[in-house]
Design a protein around this ligand. Structure first.
Ligand SMILES: Cc1cc2nc3c(=O)[nH]c(=O)nc-3n(C[C@H](O)[C@H](O)[C@H](O)COP(=O)(O)O)c2cc1C
Length: 342
């Protein structure tokens, strides 16, 4: 058996070469919605970390999702942490990673994005997930540089302020630092003349009062959407895999309830007025529907794809469309946050 990271690399190369599903995005009309100025033919996407370097955009699109997020990308290429740094926790349907933002750097990723856009287009929103270089002296400037670089080329920019795997991944959890950062990024974006949406991504390892303060700052800055959530450094007592003690961020099934709780909390704090992207432990259409009812307008999958296979996105779409009919919703937007109305 291949080590986990090599296996992922092979799967990605297969997708890039045209293997895998050939699904379209708009085959379930009730899943269509418009959010922050963009049309999403369906609410399911592949989350950051899956195609860090934008090498398989067309193949990822053919999985059938309604949007694509590439990255995390840092301004300068970096190697990330030493291997092994990705562990499969099979009995737990989970993974632990401490990749440390290995990526080819902003310029290389931008070139691939532009080439893809010009040659083929994808007909669906594309976002880039941004992070500071691990050794950067000025992580805020790294984000500014990335916004300047990518704003004209993408539909949305995700500010990942939640990575547990590099020192610079955490500095913006300090409220004043986050406030300053978001103000600078708004200016940098406006200076480009382009108006991609701005999305903030948080991790679940925050005390309730700290989370509330960060959400307050994020909404005051006019952020267009919030992604909940990144991986967790917590280790639930239920984990059975021998890899459970590895350092890094835990993803997959054990993150499901934790991320749902976060969605519910943030949906209530923001009165359902800010679109939320629900990610963490989705393995089925029922899981995705739980997140949508809890307040997510969009959902993303990563670890679930490893266990359920590349047909997962199509299965989620099919099941979501059936759940809408079953529950009397005319479209996906009606179901978003519906749990809070009962
Ligand atoms: C190997 C790996 C790499 C990841 N890299 C990133 C990243 O670069 N930026 C980011 O915001 N999230 C990253 N994530 C987190 C995922 O985008 C997602 O938030 C998390 O895995 C929870 O979703 P899941 O349970 O469906 O996997 C990564 C996850 C994994 C497993």
């Amino acid at each position: 058996m291949f080590p986990t990271e090599t296996g992922h690399g092979l799967a990605l190369r297969g997708l890039a070469s045209g293997f895998g599903p050939r699904e379209s995005a708009d085959d379930f009309p009730t899943l269509d919605q418009t959010l922050f100025g963009h049309r999403f033919a369906n609410p399911v996407g592949v989350s950051a970390g899956f195609d860090k370097n934008a090498v398989a955009i067309a193949g990822v699109a053919r999985l059938g999702g309604g949007f694509i997020e590439v990255g995390g990308v840092t301004p300068r290429a970096q190697a990330g942490n030493p291997r092994p740094r990705l562990f499969r926790l099979t009995p737990d349907r989970a993974a632990i990673n401490r990749m440390g933002f290995n990526n080819d750097g902003g310029e290389a990723v931008l070139e691939r994005l532009l080439r893809h856009r010009n040659e083929k287009g994808t007909g669906r929103p594309i976002g880039v997930n941004m992070a500071a270089n691990a050794t950067s002296d000025d992580p805020a400037q790294d984000f500014v540089d990335l916004v300047t670089l990518f704003a004209p080329a993408v539909d949305y920019l995700t500010i990942d302020v939640s990575c547990p795997n590099t020192e610079n991944g955490q500095v913006f959890l300090e409220p004043r630092a986050l406030e300053d950062l978001l103000a600078r990024l708004n200016t940098a974006r406006n200076d480009t003349g382009a108006r991609p949406a701005m999305v903030a991504k948080l991790a679940p390892d925050l005390e309730a009062a700290h989370l509330a303060e960060l959400i307050e700052i994020i909404t005051a800055a006019g952020i267009d959407a919030i992604t909940l959530c990144n991986t967790t450094t917590a280790r639930p007592a239920t984990l059975r895999s021998p890899h459970a003690g590895q350092r890094g961020g835990l993803s997959g099934a054990p993150l499901f309830e934790m991320s749902n709780e976060m969605l519910r909390t943030v949906y209530q704090q923001t009165n359902g007025e800010v679109p939320l992207v629900g990610v963490g432990g989705i393995q089925s259409g029922a899981d995705a529907y739980t997140k949508i009812r809890a307040g997510a307008s969009l959902v993303q999958v990563y670890t679930g794809l490893v266990y359920a296979g590349p047909g997962l996105i199509q299965a989620i779409k099919r099941d979501l469309a059936a759940f809408l009919v079953r529950d009397g919703f005319a479209n996906i937007a009606e179901a978003v946050g519906s749990e809070h109305q009962t």
